[in-house]
Design a protein around this ligand. Structure first.
Ligand code: NDP
Length: 337
């Protein structure tokens, strides 16, 4: 049983020394337990929080503890009612080949799910985050302008596509011309601006001639700086993530602009609300699953995955995710089938 354990807490960006691969025996299921074999491991930005002991909604993983994470696994042996050998399950097995579970918090996906890994993406936590944050907090009306960064990732791509279904203008922000072309040509965004371009601020302003009514916040940093002046009165800002800050070790240099920001919020009557998807909207998951299932089935919503083989490649793939090297939802195929 290979496991990736936290070797040390990273200062800034995680490195090759942050996690360590260890090998142990495969555990056996006792009464009331089942043995799960990981097939797919989800890589998500929030996992950076697990590596630190700073206050976060992602509780710190102890040193030498197995990294936590969402997985799609297969039942090897089961002594839990409702689960049998061969079932695919959505579980939180973490970064390892095998895990024991008592079934708590585990969803049975059946023996033949059409796209097992999608439970980690469009039909799971990231897709749900996009749907709940946009529709319940962003509350867009037809013809509103929505802006969203990390526009080709599982959250941002879904936010933008839902925005189009709801009749909005959608402006994406992504890293590089290839991602931007994909957002416009494949996902149907009205515009997508490369945040690495020298004239990013000007381009963003030109792409938002009527201002911005909903800014779905995924990244913070210089993207947020560029968005604030473009927000319309009564704009809504679901605060979903701040990935540009996850590796930060100090506040940014320069003058303290907190009072400027508060002034903008006051004068423009901006509504800003943070959320943690399952804490705040968990009861709406069935409604999401029904609506998203139909959109995906009909092709109204597209989903791009980037599958990387091998548990041993997960640390490097995670470091790359925080740098924006992923193009679509990054998933590790762990199973050796
Ligand atoms: P992605 O797969 O989109 O990966 C993150 C992307 O962020 C990168 O690919 C990169 O895209 C972009 N990025 C990284 N650094 C920067 C930077 N400095 N400036 C601008 N963009 C940057 O991630 P997800 O779709 O899984 O998650 C998106 C956000 O949603 C994250 O902040 C995450 O923490 C948050 N989240 C919050 C949840 C909640 O309940 N609140 C639940 C799930 C996710 P690019 O190359 O295009 O810039």
């Amino acid at each position: 049983n290979r496991q990736l354990v936290l070797a040390e807490r990273p200062e800034g960006e995680p490195t090759k020394d942050t996690l360590r691969l260890v090998e142990g025996t495969v555990p056996a299921a006792a009464t009331g337990q089942m043995l799960l074999r990981t097939q797919f491991l989800s890589l998500d930005p929030y996992m950076r929080g697990h590596m630190s002991d700073a206050p976060s909604y992602a509780a710190p993983v102890p040193i030498d503890g197995v990294m936590q994470g969402g997985t799609v696994a297969q039942v090897v042996t089961s002594r839990v009612d409702g689960f049998s050998t061969g079932d695919y399950v959505l579980s939180f097995s973490g970064w390892q080949d095998y895990a024991l579970s008592d079934g708590a918090g585990v969803t049975n996906l059946g023996k033949t799910p059409s796209h097992p890994s999608w439970a980690l993406g469009i039909m799971g936590m990231p897709g749900f985050t996009a749907w709940a944050g946009l529709t319940k907090i962003g509350a867009p009306k037809p013809h509103d302008t929505i802006a969203v960064a990390a526009a080709t990732g599982p959250v941002g791509a879904t936010v933008g596509q839902i925005g189009k279904i709801l009749g909005c203008r959608v402006v994406g922000i992504a890293g590089g011309p290839e991602k931007c072309a994909y957002a416009v040509d494949e996902l149907g965004f009205d515009a997508c601006i490369d945040h690495k371009a020298d004239d990013f601020v000007e381009q963003l302003s030109e792409a938002s001639p009527d201002g911005i009514d909903v800014y779905f916040e995924n990244v913070g940093g210089k993207v947020l700086d560029a968005i604030i002046p473009l927000l319309n009165p009564n704009a809504r800002m679901p605060v979903c993530g701040l990935i540009s800050q996850y590796n930060a070790t100090a506040l940014p240099k320069g003058p303290d602009r907190m009072n400027w920001l508060m002034g903008q919020i006051l004068r423009k009557k901006i509504k800003m609300q943070g959320f943690i998807v399952f804490d705040d909207f968990g009861h709406l998951y069935p409604e999401f699953a029904k609506e998203m299932g139909a959109w995906v089935e009909s092709g109204k919503i597209k989903y791009r995955e980037e599958i990387i083989d091998g548990l041993e490649n997960a640390p490097e793939a995670f470091i790359g995710l925080l740098r924006g090297e992923n193009f679509g939802k990054r998933v590790i195929r762990v199973g050796r089938n």
